[in-house]
Each structure stands twice: as structure tokens, then as C-alpha cells.
Design a protein around this ligand. Structure first.
Ligand SMILES: [Zn+2]
Length: 380
């Protein structure tokens, strides 16, 4: 059984929209309150605050006059906000994300309800403290007879509402295949697999980015507080959402294909966070979303019975000959092709690197024996 999320758009009634706005506000308040409490306790007294302590503090706030409005919304999403903050800290400490920041009113909003805070009957979903079911556009079918373990309601900065349902699903592993692949991260291309089927960046992304830059300039010129400025802000937000969606769709296509075609997929541990500090490479790398691709490959491998091997970061992947093992002294970034002085083979820089990653990954697999589960080895 795996947990899978299904996301749909929905259209709230005026009353639901008002209630959701209140819920989002309370969730944001709880998140920010918890973050500031944790920060102060740590920086002033070197003390760590547990989620259970925060939970008690929130209950106390509901009894205080100034913050009694917290009682007007379901307590479940408020508790979930504390959990989200917990996850944000965990991601920070494990090097996957930056330090948590305060939530802002004009950014995207969200609230999560576990299954004790909504009802799901006859294909209708009703949230706690709301009378009517939500008007959801079922743009793709939800698997039949599944249990919905939680739902997350969100509103994006352009004002659209979405619901994401987390369901438990049984996934049939894919039939075994003999194919194995090493994948190198490209900058011009998105990914370079050792089978030579180079994966380009999504086509429309660049034109959307141009449009976004233009919309941002227009937004900056509008008078503060004017209706036109708000319109311009929404336009920027819509384009942002478009770019995020385009990129995410494409990443899913790419990772699903790699998983379908290959039994073992070897990647290099790139320490994206560290590389982002390098200014020249930063934009290119954050654009291609390497971390997200790796995340998708890892969970899809677990679903479908494939193996993802992460090899240690290894400086020499580009400048070692994959045919004979000869090591070049230097290989500058502008050299795309080179001839090995050891064996005379002509290499495409990136595909050669992908072959080396594959060889290193397969060495890990054979060292672990037949039954390989996804292996993660920490880079030096
Ligand atoms: Zn060679």
C-alpha cells in the first residue's frame, strides 16, 4: 500500500470561502506563533520546544480573550500546522531545505484536515464546521473504494482553490527488466542518461519565463494600493503557477519513463543545496529541479519495485575514461568532447560521465547482493 495524492480544483460558496479564509488565517497564525516561540526559546535560552508543548500553548490561547477566535475553526488543521512546522525543521536539519520562514498573507494558503475532520459519503466531501459539501471538479477519477486519510485545501496567490486528497492505494510492481542506466545532470539538457536518450528541458518554459519577467515589470510600475496593481499581482501569480505546473508535469513524465524502462537507475549525489551557492550554476540547477527529480525517482522506485542507487559525489565522473579508466588531469567546462589518450575512444563529455555513474552504481548493487532496496550513501 502506498499513499498517493490526487489534486482537484474546487469552487467554494461565499460562505465556504469566508470560513476557509478564517481557517487559513488561523493556520498561518499558529504556524508563525510556533515558529517564533521555537526561535526565541532557542536563540535566547538554547532550549528546544517540543510540538506537544506548543499544542498546549495553542489550547491556552483559545481561552485568552485576544485569541479566542482560534476556536471558530476546526482544531485539526491547527494541529496539522504544528506538524508542518515540524516537517519544515526536519527538512532543514537534514539539508533539504532552508530554515523555516514566517507564512505571509499574500502567498499561497493551505490547511490540512485528517479523516476525523471531514466526511466522505457518496462521492461528496464535507469539511468540519461546514454545512455543505465542496463543489469539486473531478478532472480525473479517484480510485474506487479507497480510504482518504487526509485532505489539504489550498488557495493559490491568484485566488484559485484546490483540494488534494491523500489516498491509500495498492500499486502493482512493474515486470522486471534487464535495463540499467546511469544518469548525469545536465545544464543545457535536463538529464543525460547513459543510454544516450538525452532529456531536454521542457519546451514552453522559456517563453513563460519571458512573459513572467514582463508581468513582473508591469506590476512594479503600478501605483501601490490600486486595483490595477492587484490585477497585475494576480497575473504574476498565475504565470508563476503555470511555470511550476509545466515543470512539475514534465518532471513526472521524465521520472515515470526512467522508472518504466530501467530496473536500476544510478544517480550522483549532487548536494544541490551546496551547489546553489555557486552563482553561475545556481539558476540553471534550481530550474531543472534536480532535487525534485531525485525525490520522484526514489518514491516511484519504491512503488514499482525498481532500484535507485545514489553514489557518492565523485569529482572525476567527467574526466575519467569510462572505457579504460584513464584519468585526465583537467577537463574544463567548455570541452564537450574529448579523445582518451589511453585507449583512443572519443567521448561525449556528459554521456561518459553517465557511464561512470552507472558503473559506480552497479558496483554498489553487486556489493549489496541480489535483493537491493533503494540505497542512499552519504557523500563525503
Ligand atoms: Zn580510455
Amino acid at each position: 500500500m502506498v499513499k498517493k495524492a490526487y489534486k482537484y480544483r474546487f469552487y467554494p460558496t461565499d460562505e465556504q470561502a469566508r470560513h476557509l479564509a478564517q481557517t487559513f488565517g488561523c493556520c498561518r497564525f499558529v504556524y508563525n506563533y510556533a515558529l517564533s516561540t521555537k526561535k526565541h526559546a532557542y536563540f535566547d535560552h538554547k532550549r528546544k520546544i517540543k510540538t506537544s508543548e506548543l499544542s498546549v500553548a495553542i489550547t491556552a490561547l483559545k481561552k485568552e480573550e485576544g485569541t479566542a477566535w482560534l476556536k471558530d475553526v476546526s482544531s485539526v488543521p491547527l494541529q496539522q500546522s504544528l506538524r508542518h512546522l515540524d516537517a519544515a525543521y526536519k527538512n532543514f536539519f537534514e539539508g533539504r531545505a532552508k530554515y523555516p520562514t514566517f507564512k505571509k498573507k499574500h502567498k499561497g494558503q493551505s490547511a490540512t484536515y485528517t479523516d476525523n475532520a471531514f466526511t466522505w459519503r457518496g462521492g461528496k466531501l464535507t469539511l468540519a464546521k461546514q454545512k455543505d459539501p465542496l463543489n469539486i471538479v473531478w478532472s480525473r477519477p479517484l480510485p474506487k473504494d479507497t480510504r482518504i486519510s487526509s485532505v489539504t485545501i489550498s488557495k493559490d496567490p491568484s485566488g484559485r482553490y484546490f483540494i488534494s486528497l491523500l489516498v491509500e492505494e495498492w500499486i502493482e510492481p512493474l515486470p522486471l527488466t534487464e535495463k540499467v542506466v546511469g544518469v548525469d545532470l545536465g545544464l543545457k539538457s535536463l538529464l543525460i542518461p547513459s543510454d544516450g536518450k538525452t532529456i531536454a528541458n521542457p519546451k514552453h518554459l522559456h517563453s513563460y519565463e519571458k512573459k513572467l519577467a514582463k508581468a513582473q515589470r508591469r506590476h512594479a510600475k503600478k501605483k501601490k494600493g490600486s486595483k490595477n496593481r492587484d490585477k497585475a499581482r494576480k497575473k504574476v501569480a498565475r504565470l508563476h503557477a503555470k511555470i511550476v505546473n509545466t515543470r512539475r508535469d514534465y518532471q513526472h513524465k521524465v521520472t515515470t519513463r526512467l522508472i518504466r524502462e530501467n530496473q536500476v537507475i544510478c544517480l550522483e549525489d549532487l548536494h544541490v543545496a551546496g551547489m546553489l551557492k555557486n552563482h553561475c550554476l545556481a539558476k540553471a540547477i534550481s530550474d531543472v529541479g534536480w532535487g525534485e527529480i531525485r525525490r520522484q525517482l526514489e518514491y516511484k522506485a519504491a512503488w514499482y519495485g525498481r532500484t535507485v542507487v545514489i553514489i557518492d559525489r565523485w569529482e572525476a565522473t567527467s574526466k575519467t575514461c569510462s572505457a579504460c579508466g584513464y584519468n585526465l588531469d583537467i577537463l574544463t567546462l567548455d570541452v564537450r568532447e574529448w579523445v582518451c589518450p589511453g585507449c583512443g575512444v572519443c567521448h561525449d563529455r556528459d554521456i561518459n560521465a553517465a557511464y561512470n555513474i552507472l558503473a559506480a552504481g552497479l558496483a554498489v548493487v553487486s556489493a549489496c547482493g541480489e535483493n537491493v532496496r533503494p540505497v542512499t550513501s552519504k557523500g563525503a
